[in-house]
Design a protein around this ligand. Structure first.
Ligand code: ADP
Ligand code: MG
Length: 636
């Protein structure tokens, strides 16, 4: 709670107590009026001011004006009828303020969980100076490949690889994961994590502006500008609806009593003005205007607390209609960390074959390349590697010591005219190697399914996703094996990146209805175009490429597929709460208007219909903040 909220809370309590006290104090006339007005001003001065400012800026039709007219009208009426009943006016303001207070509280709370994410950017980096002393420099000035030092308690400013030291990192702000992650030399680390225990040296692999923390910040700043359809609808609705209510109330206050007067029925202005004021309060749209954006905001906040970055509330709305989820395999359902399981050379020595492959993979960022370099760590010897060409979905070719080498799948071997054959003994991703178009054997590598993948697919099914599909550029044997293990409904293998786009377009065509949503989940290595083609693109954030984070609508900060189910669950619940509020608010208002039309509804009914409903709707919207993520089931 901030200071303003604390003050408002005190104001609400004092005004309530004073109103109750005044009820029991036997004063009348001017003294009574002055005392009640003091309480009225205490609780309502800011709303009156907003209404006045609205009139001054020629944009008067908002809830503040409705509240101001209704309450001032009620006071004038009480004076005119000498009833001394000022409590209604105070009550309208009081409940309105209570609703506003809850809303402010919820917004503050969600903003904090979003700004926990904002807090990830440190504003300096430590560099070891000439004399061995640490110097703080602007992280923008740190070049790629520099060594930075991160002390315990500091945030990692730039993405990189640990070169020295061990420590554990707190990644909670980025991933929602509370268990610290242990790192040692050779591990990749991302900016925004807090170094908890040991001093570590990091060789930076990105510039500050391209590092995870900076990227995430940019995304958050954009997120607030994208509004959902429901929110846009409410803004437009209120713009037409509010003036309509004011003019209807005016008509109600004037026409019927004039007609009655003309027909000789006598003066009835007091009654009709009271009815008009009641009507005004009942029809005020604040329950919707306040609670709907709040629900989305709270939902985005809840998601970010779970390590799911939703780039705008419109995506929360789309996500809730997800019927088909399409996955990329490598790096999404599997870890993308391959281990060499067999080397089958034709005539070369096994190490020699691995050596060649590692050279060819020298500059690639593909998970396969990273794994091969790990398997042959002394790759950077004095061999010359030139003309490297990465052919997406095929593999890589390069000139090593003057010889043309191709490393990749069967398609690549066909391309270079090598006479290749599949591995007879091992199941896995097969990297074939050819020198000058002559087949030299293959290396079998295998990837591991992520620990939560199977559960993620199960949860998706349970939450109403009709179809799951896996797309991969990998060989059919491997793809089918993974798909069977995870119980994916459909699997398509040996796809080139453009085939993936085509497949997704085909699946989009096959949708049962326009409204059904197809989500694609990928790491962006060879699939960024698909991410933007799907109705909604979900990217693996930590490991995924920058292109993926850019192209995606939702980013999973810790690459855990289970977070997809979490994101969908949050969006569904959020939309359900929004709908509950719409039906509830409109229903109660219609009911009260009907009561008002037959003259049963007094101001107290109106207060419930408007501000009572608003308070309830806001409390309901606050539930969006506390939506829990899906817990992993520990496998034994
Ligand atoms: P996925 O769809 O599973 O993410 P990709 O489209 O990234 O896979 O790659 C498809 C296939 O292309 C890989 O299984 C591999 O056979 C080949 N390939 C891609 N990049 C490389 C590389 N750097 N080195 C060797 N082979 C590669
Ligand atoms: Mg991939």
């Amino acid at each position: 709670m901030n200071k303003k909220q604390k003050n408002n809370l005190i104001r609400i309590i004092v005004a309530s107590a004073a109103t109750i006290a005044l009820h029991f104090i036997p004063v009348t006339g001017v003294v009574q009026f002055v005392l009640y007005m003091a309480v009225y001003m205490l609780i309502g001065y800011d709303i009156l001011r907003k209404a006045l400012l609205g009139i001054k800026n020629r944009q008067p039709m908002d809830e503040s004006l409705l509240m101001a007219i209704a309450t001032l009208g009620a006071i004038v009426l009480a004076l005119y009828q000498q009833s001394g009943d000022y409590v209604e006016a105070i009550a309208v303001m009081l409940f309105y303020q209570i609703g506003e207070w809850f809303q402010g509280y919820a917004v503050g709370k969600s903003r904090r969980s979003i700004s926990d994410l904002m807090d990830i950017c440190p504003d300096y980096a430590n560099i070891q100076g000439e004399n061995g002393q640490l110097e703080q420099v602007d992280p923008d000035d740190v070049e790629i490949g520099s060594i930075i030092v991160v002390q315990p308690g500091e945030k990692i400013p730039i993405d990189g690889v640990v070169t020295d030291g061990t420590s554990s990192l707190d990644t909670a702000a980025l991933t929602g994961e509370s268990v610290p992650r242990d790192v040692q030399a050779g591990d990749e680390v991302i900016s925004g994590c807090i170094n908890l225990s040991g001093l570590i040296h990091i060789r930076t692999t990105k510039e500050f502006g391209e590092s995870t923390a900076s990227k995430v910040l940019e995304l958050i700043e954009d997120a607030s500008s994208r509004k959902s359809k429901s929110e846009n609808f409410i803004t437009k609705f209120a713009r037409i609806y509010t003036p309509a209510v004011v003019y209807s109330a005016l008509t109600l206050a004037i026409i019927p009593p004039v007609i009655i007067l003309l027909m000789g029925g006598g003066m009835s202005f007091g009654t009709w003005i009271y009815r008009a004021l009641t009507f005004l309060v009942i029809s005020c749209p604040c329950a919707l205007v306040v609670s709907i954006p709040l629900s989305f905001f709270a939902g985005v906040g809840a998601a970010s607390r779970q390590g799911v970055l939703v780039k705008g509330s419109n995506y929360l709305e789309i996500l809730s209609e997800t019927k088909t989820v399409v996955f990329d395999k490598t790096g999404t359902l599997t870890k993308g960390v391959f281990e060499v399981t067999a080397i089958h050379p034709a005539k070369l020595d096994a190490q020699e074959l691995l050596h060649l492959a590692a050279h060819v993979e020298r500059y690639s960022t593909h998970p396969i390349a990273n794994s091969i370099r790990l398997a042959y760590p002394n790759e950077a010897d004095d061999c010359s590697v030139e003309n490297v060409e990465e052919i997406a979905g095929h593999g890589i070719t390069a000139t090593v010591n003057g010889q043309h080498i191709a490393v990749g799948n069967g398609k690549l071997m066909d391309k270079v005219g090598a006479d290749w054959h599949d591995c007879h003994s091992h199941v896995g991703t097969v990297l074939h190697v050819a020198i000058e178009g002559v087949y030299e054997g293959h290396i079998v590598i295998s990837d591991v399914i992520k620990p939560h993948s199977a559960q993620a697919l199960k949860e998706l099914k349970r939450s109403g996703v009709g179809k799951t599909v896996m797309l991969t550029g990998d060989a059919k044997k491997v793809a089918d094996h993974v798909a069977a293990e995870l119980k994916v409904d459909e699997v398509y293998s040996e796809l080139l990146p453009q085939d993936k786009v085509a497949k997704v377009e085909e699946l989009l065509e096959k949708k049962a209805s326009e409204k059904d949503v197809l989500a694609f989940v990928g790491d962006g290595i060879n699939d960024a175009p698909v991410l933007s083609r799907a109705d909604i693109g979900i990217a693996m954030g930590a490991m995924g490429s920058d292109a993926a984070i850019e192209a995606a609508d939702v980013v999973l900060m810790d690459d855990d597929p289970l977070k997809i189910s979490t994101a969908i669950a949050i969006s569904r619940k959020c939309l359900r709460i929004v709908k509950e509020n719409i039906y509830f608010a409109i229903g109660i208002k219609l009911l009260c208007l009907a009561l008002g039309a037959v003259g049963i509804a007094n101001m107290w009914v109106a207060i419930f219909a408007d501000v009572g409903v608003m308070v309830l709707a806001v409390l309901n919207a606050i539930r969006c903040m506390f939506i829990k993520g899906i817990k992993p089931v520990e496998s034994h």
